[in-house]
Design a protein around this ligand. Structure first.
Ligand code: BES
Ligand code: ZN
Length: 459
């Protein structure tokens, strides 16, 4: 282990330089204009895997390519998968970035750039830890397949098919993902639950074209107003979603879990300040940490209608549109929630406008046993690298593909995040802590012997 850790220390500066090159590739999966950049990012990470001593393969899909990179296969060893994604969220609004999102910048102990922590820096840490084993001739106690996809931020539409087709060669014992968070560098964590998600777009159509609001306004419904009135009925003043059936399958929080969540350090005032809001708001009867990890939500992600340009324009707009996602918790099913939402919205839509609903991606919530041998292995690796006792977290974000790992490959996922709350994921000025990068590489180095021992018992 000393040789591996020594290699990581000696090469730290090079790793940061390489991560800068990776983050500089604008691999935004949601935007067609970045298709070539997506291919470039796939090729870049495959190239790095090759020089690290793994065997890479770029596999085309109906969408963006999947990158597989394997350590040499040997008989009778445990086999683990490291999953990550090379795609990133759109960087808009650009004007709020202190420096351009795809011109990575080092400032203090942080690397700024879209995708730096979500997720390039996190899976890159694993790649470099594996390289350290291979380059120092230190025996890896397991075989490792890295699977880095390009469609996580758009719902992993094509990865399920890929997993089905590649099941034979993906005969892994468990999946490891670093794509979640930790409370602070001093407080590492293992995540045992993620929320699910279901996405929609609602378009309310009014007149056949934008109309002069002086000539016609008052004699027809305004679709922007109609949409606002519809959406306003979805949630009451206590933060409860009013859609009939919405909470039907929600598994109530046990008192043991509530106790566990209550142990997390939390101060409402400083949290509100951190978020930039005058005060917090959420479903009555639950704490903020419960609300954002263990309760379902209905969230407007985008709301558009009418004239958005400079100055004003007196019109009744032809349409109004909302992009919506609901976060789901055990045991909600995306398609059941989708049906409940659609039927409610259709029912309350007034007859003087026309509602169109487009269905988007969906993913089940996820939960694993917090006391498994795999989690124990992660705890040890985290303790050794972060020099602190890890906590167990339920988190509110989603990584929909983990359910397919279970359904298709038959294995559980171990989630060991390296991102901080202040890393600005999906926000302007995303960053990655170099300390988390360094500790993350050490964590990965410590993990493989621990995890192999945990799974050797089963073999
Ligand atoms: N890294 C996140 C997921 C995450 C972040 C989980 C923090 C737990 C804690 C991932 O890249 C992500 O953003 N996923 C999307 C999935 C969606 C587009 C289907 C999400 O949660 O919005
Ligand atoms: Zn993300």
């Amino acid at each position: 282990m000393e040789k591996v850790l020594g290699y990581l220390r000696e090469n730290q500066e090079r790793f940061v330089r390489e991560l800068i090159d990776y983050v500089a590739i604008p691999s935004v999966s949601a935007q067609e204009q970045h298709r070539a950049d997506m291919k470039r990012a796939a090729e870049w990470i495959a190239g790095e895997a090759k020089s690290a001593g793994l065997e890479p393969e770029i596999v085309p899909t109906k969408g963006h390519p999947v990158v597989l990179a394997r350590t040499p296969r040997r008989k009778g060893r445990p086999h683990f998968m490291v999953y990550g994604h090379y795609d990133v969220q759109p960087a808009e609004p650009f004007d709020l970035w202190k420096s351009p999102p795809f011109e990575p910048r080092l400032e203090g102990k942080f690397l700024y750039g879209r995708g730096s922590s979500d997720n390039k820096g996190q899976h890159f840490a694993h790649l470099r830890a594996i390289e350290a084993y291979l380059k120092t001739g230190t025996e890896l106690p397991c075989d490792i397949t890295m699977l880095i996809e390009g469609e996580e931020e758009v719902g992993s539409k094509n990865l399920g098919d890929f997993l089905k087709k590649s099941r034979k060669s993906l005969d892994v014992d468990a999946v490891v993902i670093s794509d979640t968070g930790i409370p602070s560098v001093k407080q590492p964590a293992v995540t045992y639950s993620l929320r699910g998600i279901v996405a929609f777009e609602i378009i309310v159509h009014g007149p056949s074209r934008d109309l002069h609001s002086g000539l016609f306004g008052g004699s027809l419904n305004n679709p922007a107003m109609a949409l606002c009135q519809i959406l306003a009925q979805v949630r009451d003043k206590n933060g409860k979603i009013t859609i009939p059936g919405f909470y039907d399958d929600v598994q109530p929080l046990s008192s043991a879990e509530r106790k566990e969540i209550a142990k997390l350090k939390f101060d409402a005032k400083s949290y509100a300040k951190f978020l930039g809001v005058p005060e917090l708001f959420g479903e009555k009867g639950f704490t903020a940490n419960e609300q954002r990890s263990a309760r379902p939500t209905f969230e407007i992600n985008g709301l558009t209608s009418g004239y958005q340009g400079e100055g004003g324009k007196t019109i009744v707009p032809a349409w109004a549109r909302a992009k919506i996602t609901c976060r789901l918790v055990a045991n909600q099913k995306p398609e059941k929630v989708r049906a409940a939402v659609i039927s409610f919205l259709k029912k309350i839509c007034p007859p003087n406008v026309r509602m169109e609903i487009k269905s988007g991606h969906g993913g089940d919530p996820y939960m694993v046993q917090p006391n498994s041998a795999a989690v124990e292995a992660a705890r040890t690796a985290l303790k050794n690298s972060f020099k602190a006792d890890p906590v167990l977290l339920r988190e509110g974000g989603s990584i929909p593909i983990v359910n397919d790992f279970k359904r298709i490959l038959g294995v559980e996922t171990l989630m060991i995040g390296l991102a901080l709350p202040e890393d600005n994921a999906h926000s302007p000025n995303e960053r990655f802590s170099l300390e988390c990068f360094e500790k993350g590489m050490a964590m990965s180095a410590y993990l493989w012997p621990e995890l192999s021992a945990a799974f050797a018992v089963r073999r």
